[in-house]
Write a protein that binds this ligand. Sequence first.
Ligand SMILES: Cc1ncc(COP(=O)(O)O)c(C=O)c1O
Length: 403
Amino acid sequence: MSSSQSPVKPRLAASERLQNVPPYALARVFQNRDEKLRQGVDVIDLGVGNPDVRPPQVALDALQAALLDPKVQNHRYPSFNGLPEFRAAVAAWYARRFGVSVDAEREAVALVGSKEGIAKFFLAHLNPGDTILLCTPCYPAYLGVAALAQVRVIEVPLDPANAFRPNLGAILEDEAGRAKVLFLNYPNNPTGGTETAELYDEILAFARRHDLFVVSDIAYCDLPLDPEYRARSFLQHDRDKERTLEFHSFSKSYSMQGWRLGFAVGNQEIVANLTRIKSNMDFGVFMAIQRAGLAVLNGPQTYCAEAAKLYRARGEALLSAISPLGYPVSRPKATLYLWLPMPRRFATSLDFAGELLDKTGVVVSPGSGFGQAGEGYVRVALCVDEARCREAGERMVKAGFHW
Ligand SMILES: Cc1ncc(COP(=O)(O)O)c(C=O)c1O
């Protein structure tokens, strides 16, 4: 082809499924951040929940031992559902942590990070046009994968006046009747909201009444910023695993997000479906990483409490720095986030995040990226050290970002 000819455009294009996915809501903020970095601005990035803490030593040691093991077994293809020893460690952890008994053979599956499992849960169980109930604000990947799966999402708003818990009574009967799945995430990203035993009892009764399956995501269950708070598992309520699948992750509590390790536990038919779809799409988790993960689960759990202490101190540093600005914000009981209501003079959280970045170099995530109920807020991820968190707050004060 000569250079004057226009290139031939292949017939191949994005599938309808992919076209259905809206542009990533936070992409614009990250583009702006990268532009500032290119300009040499001293950016404080509180945009992404990307822990900056060293993973547990036990994980590093176990990974190294598994890598260097003279037997090459760890380097071969893993099984689709995870090493039996990994699943046994998950079951033992559930028994110790929540008093829930798990059949390691049939009710647990290892995941290449929980995001992977959540996406495959959708593809394995929901058809285009199916309806789900999704508590929002939520982890944005739920919205993306719901669009990819061409599923209809009914957002169930988490009520700030009720500690970011949903009002089930406000869900229309016919919507609840049509929905197949209810998605929950406590402790909640992005609001830091937490569950109660009564709420979980109420949700289970609601799910039974409407024949809903419950997906519970407990990615932040071991990052209690309030030392009195101890997160529950939904399986403490649905002990027979009649209608629950619970996802967990090594990314937040153990700062192992780059390792890509998580697991799901729950109803055995749903676990089997997840394993079946995985066997057609991926090859399970690198066995050396599973060995590190099981060493973490079987080891002392002091790491999470230390990490939580660190995030709490960072949150306090930022909140006390901005106290002259008058934000009506409550201390979250868990997670590594602050959920700040935007100043009243802004029309959208995207506008606020944009101006904040321009004037202070501080990156936060606009709440609109977390679902409709997120508008009016921004999420602050406490993934820089305490001094930088304080400095972010001080920059906001200096630039006059009053609530
Ligand atoms: C609520 C929630 N679930 C799941 C994930 C994904 O975690 P993983 O790294 O295990 O895929 C995240 C990541 O931010 C999250 O916030």
